[in-house]
Design a protein around this ligand. Sequence first.
Ligand SMILES: C[S@@+](CC[C@H](N)C(=O)[O-])C[C@H]1O[C@@H](n2cnc3c(N)ncnc32)[C@H](O)[C@@H]1O
Length: 525
Amino acid sequence: MQDLMTIKDASIWASKHISKDVTPSNISYLIQYGRISKNGDNGSAFVNRYDLEKYYNSHLGTKEDRWKKQLGDDLNWNLSFSEYKESETTKHVHRLHPYKGKFIPQLVEYFLDQHTDKFKNEVFFNPIDIILDPFCGSGTTLVQANELGLNSVGIDISAFNAFISNVKVGKYDIDDIRNTANEITQNLKIFLQEKNNVKFEDELLSELRIFNNKFFPSPEFKHKVRQKAIDEKFYGKQKSEKFSEIYYKLIGKYNISLKQRRNDLFLDKWFLKVVRDEINFVFQQIKPIKNLETKKLLALVLSRTIRSCRATTHSDLGTLKEPVTSTYYCKKHGKICKPLFSILSWWQSYVQDTIKRINQFDKLRTKTFQNCLTGDSRTINVFDELEKKYPAFGKLAKENKIAGIFSSPPYVGLIDYHEQHAYSYDLFGFERKDELEIGPLCKGQGLEARKSYIKGISDVLNNCKQFLKQGYDVFLVANDKYGLYSQIAELSNMKIVNEYKRPVLNRVEKDRSAYAEIIFHMKEK
Ligand SMILES: C[S@@+](CC[C@H](N)C(=O)[O-])C[C@H]1O[C@@H](n2cnc3c(N)ncnc32)[C@H](O)[C@@H]1O
């Protein structure tokens, strides 16, 4: 059966069908990734309504019902925030730098703001209160507290995470940032004129375009893979070997150095030699910047840039496997892809993106205190450290005390938080304190790891309690698959007064199965 619609009409039809905003680019994505087939040629693409209906019925259906069947009827669907677009869950400074393990800003807002609804029938915090996040990570709590007119203090054991948090809530001179960044870009371009890699990459790209058009036409190729008309693994390997002949010829022609001489640092292992030279060049340009705020922000832009330029395949960007120094068949894009040979284009695009995001946040920010301290939340004296580094905020905190905690502790055995930003530790020389991380991936999820996790989190709560007001509210977002939080509350002399079970829809992991986390609300016993 056929009922052809333009992409725009398809998006209108789909929006009505699933009662959710579906944009024309969502439809193009479905075509691009072979989920539905494209009809028509010469720039005019049509979609068959029956294909679209079949796709949505099988993929979306009643997700809420299916998830409740698996996870229980007490799942609070309101906390899925499924009505928010990705651009809203990664709004303004929240996307200044990648960070694995952050919570979404709407979740923080839900508990910190003044609204009530049928699930939240109490307001927990008031403007000018101070909120503590003892596992601050990339600073989501700090940013949202600022938007809502609350003060907040974060703590993180990872100096680089504390750096990301503080940069996000920083106040900037946008003109100075733009001018300084432009100067660095110009200098980088001059540096590149003496090198061969830009010319090499241009020729490589044009060869790749010809090759991919011929052997991986889009979207037909992906469609055939989905229909199992092509053995993707075999075909991809065969074509990738064929292209590598062209690739190595070009490497020879332009005399490109791929490997670095040393292999001990992350920066030596995971970056092509040509890329590493550019990273060093830009870092040397950032070092003498006089305006400290501009310097920190551009250092974060460089960090984001180099993360995107690691020598890995597109599908392994999240979990690195092996350094990649040649072209390869990319499962994600369904064609032959290449590693990066220059940081220039990422640097330029992240400079633009950062300025845009800083500007957006600047319009929303309130005049409140937000700072992240680097330290171990089990032992840190929050008031003393705050007073040393930020005297006015320290004084206010000592006088008023802290109203409560909103935080997501590390989950047991899931992520190594220092290691995920190893490139930045190498480049900037921040001190690493891996051994003080609570529940790191490297210690696993066994009995010993769980015991030490319970002790770690309850030590944090016991230490932080002394800085909290009487009648405090503590909210901890956790994946408690081992049921450890009742013991944690007990050891901290707190009681769990409520549990909000939220479905996690936009997971970054490859595993997209039904999954819930719990927001534990605890109070003094
Ligand atoms: C789940 S993440 C927090 C993410 C944060 N909510 C966000 O949105 O970015 C947990 C954080 O706890 C930090 N952490 C682990 N052990 C710690 C300790 N002993 N003291 C302070 N922070 C610690 C980790 O470095 C990590 O950044």
